[in-house]
Design a protein around this ligand. Structure first.
Ligand code: PMP
Length: 282
């Protein structure tokens, strides 16, 4: 069944949505995006995603083409029009185009605003994922959520080529994050370790929420870099992202973690995130 998508102020069947071949999102990856989870037809952690979007736009000197109220209304309208119970809403804003290709930012181009829904079951119990490590070859501003996703896409394909699920990215000997998620380990003395925030990683909205939930339950947290070797010795490993929530990692570069089974910390945090996310969803 065809979805109803939103493009530049108009709700339309997906087949009718088209953008210019000169759009800078297409020619330069000059665009930012967000993905917000939907549970029970409501938006999870929406305020965090909206705030990060505003920051990403600002960092790229892209004017915000709507008010916060308008953007929320568009999300809600898409949920209603597509009867979305569970899944996500993808949002992308590119710098648009002035009808030619030029490295210089156009002065008068209207941004291209595109949103669509993706139905997906998010609340299934998780059996855990197997990851490989690959060099992190991305640019230096990973804190901005741009659509330059070729490097992570290639990392994921490298994992798939080995029959695994995903890749953890390594720079200067330390894990930065997963191809499309934040990475964590649980140490032998039960500390949750995840990379500190900087331009080297995306500041995950789920990361912030999960660390808050963990801290509120007196779990110890250390925000610092860790190596693949440390992760392979860890009690548990897991990842977080908006549409996976908390997913255990049960193997890293062929070494089983937590006996190759989902660990209790990751499982508990996933349950907690879903429970609290549901309560606070709007
Ligand atoms: N890091 C990267 C590189 C990502 O692409 C994502 C998901 N878009 C995340 C982390 C997780 O961020 P969030 O929890 O906001 O989905």
């Amino acid at each position: 069944m065809s979805r109803t998508v939103y493009l530049n102020g108009v709700y339309m069947p997906e087949e009718e949505a088209t953008v210019s071949v000169f759009d800078r999102g297409f020619l330069f990856a000059d665009a930012v995006y967000e993905v917000t989870a939907v549970l029970d037809g409501k938006l999870v952690d929406y305020a965090g995603h909206a705030a990060r979007l505003t920051r990403s736009l600002g960092e790229l000197k892209l004017a915000k083409p709507f008010t916060d109220e308008e953007l929320l209304a568009i999300h809600r309208e898409l949920i209603t029009r597509n009867n979305l119970e569970q899944g996500g809403i993808y949002l992308q804003i590119s710098r648009g185009s002035e009808g030619d290709r030029d490295f210089v930012f156009p002065k008068h181009a209207a941004p291209t605003v595109f949103l669509f829904t993706q139905a997906k079951t998010l609340t299934d119990p998780k059996k855990g994922m197997r990851v490989i490590s690959v060099p992190d070859i991305r640019w230096g501003r990973r804190d901005i959520k741009t659509v330059q996703l070729l490097a992570p896409s290639m990392a994921k394909m490298a994992a798939k080529a080995e029959g695994k699920d995903d890749a953890w990215l390594v720079e200067d000997g330390y894990v930065t994050e997963g191809s499309s998620n934040n990475a964590y380990i649980v140490t032998k003395d039960d500390k949750i370790v995840t990379r500190n925030l900087s331009n080297s990683i995306l500041h995950g909205i789920t990361r912030a929420a999960v660390l808050k939930l963990a801290a509120e339950r007196n779990m110890e947290i250390e925000e610092r870099a860790f190596t693949i070797e440390e992760a392979q010795q860890a009690k548990e490993a897991f990842i977080t992202s908006a549409t996976v929530f908390v997913c255990p990692v049960v193997e890293i570069d062929g070494v089983a973690i937590a006996g190759g089974e989902p660990g209790p910390v990751a499982t508990r945090l996933n349950d907690l995130y879903i429970e609290e996310g549901r309560k606070a969803a709007i």
